[in-house]
Ligand binder design. Sequence first.
Ligand code: PGA
Length: 250
Amino acid sequence: MARKALIAANWKMYKTPDEARAFVETFLPLVVSHSRDEIALFPSVTSLATVVKAAAGSNVHVGLQNMHFENEGAYTGETSPIMLKAVGATHTLIGHSERRQYFAETDAIVNKKLHAALKHGIIPVVCIGELLAEREAGDTAAVLKTQLTGGLDGITAEMAASIVIAYEPVWAIGTGKTATPEMAVEAHSIVRAEVARLLGSDIAAAMRILYGGSVKPENASSLLNEEEIDGALVGGASLKSDSFSAIVHY
Ligand code: PGA
C-alpha cells in the first residue's frame, strides 16, 4: 500500500500570531482541494491556538515543535501534551536537531516524549540525522541506528502505527545544502531497515519517513518523487505561503 506523504512546515522561532494567521489565510486557498498529501504546520507555541483556529475545518493539521513528556508540573517554560490537545493541535515534532544541539535533548528524552505523545494520541514526528563530521567519518548509519534504538526504546509494533520519522541531516538544515535524492534514499533505507529490526517489517513498510534539510520548491520534486521519501519537513522555505504551497504541489 502506498504511503501518503506528509508535507510539514517547521516555522521554528518565527511569526507572531498575527503573522501566523495571515499565512494561514493566504495558504488555505492555495491547497484547498489538495488530498494527495497530508499537510501540517508547526508554529511557535504562542501562535498554536491561532493557527488551529485559522485552519479549523481545512485539510491542514497543526502541531507543536516541542512537547514535554509530563502532563503537568514544575517545568518552567515547557508545554504539556494535555495543553497541546486542549488547544486542538494534533501533532508534535520530537527531537529536532536544534533541540538536541541547543537544548541538550538526548535520545532518552526523545524516547520519553515519544511515549507521552503516543499515550495521548498525538502524532509524533521523530527527528533524527547525522552531523557533518559524522557523515565524513562514515558514521551515518551508526548514528541513525543509535538514535532509533534509543528513541524507540520500549515502543511495540502495536503502539507504533502513527509514528512518523523525519530524517534531517544536520549539515543540510538551514544551510542551503540539500542531500541529493540518492543520499536521502540511502539514509531512508537504513532507517526503514532499522525500524523493521526494531518493530517488524509491516510497521517499517507502512512508516512514513520524511526528508528535511533545505527543501525548497526547486528541489522538492526530485526528492519527493523518490519512493523511499514519504514527505518533507520544511524550515526556511515554509515561511512564505507561495513557497510552501509550491512544495506541497511538488
Ligand atoms: P530548513 O529546516 O528547511 O530551513 O533546512 C528544516 C528543519 O529544520 O526542519
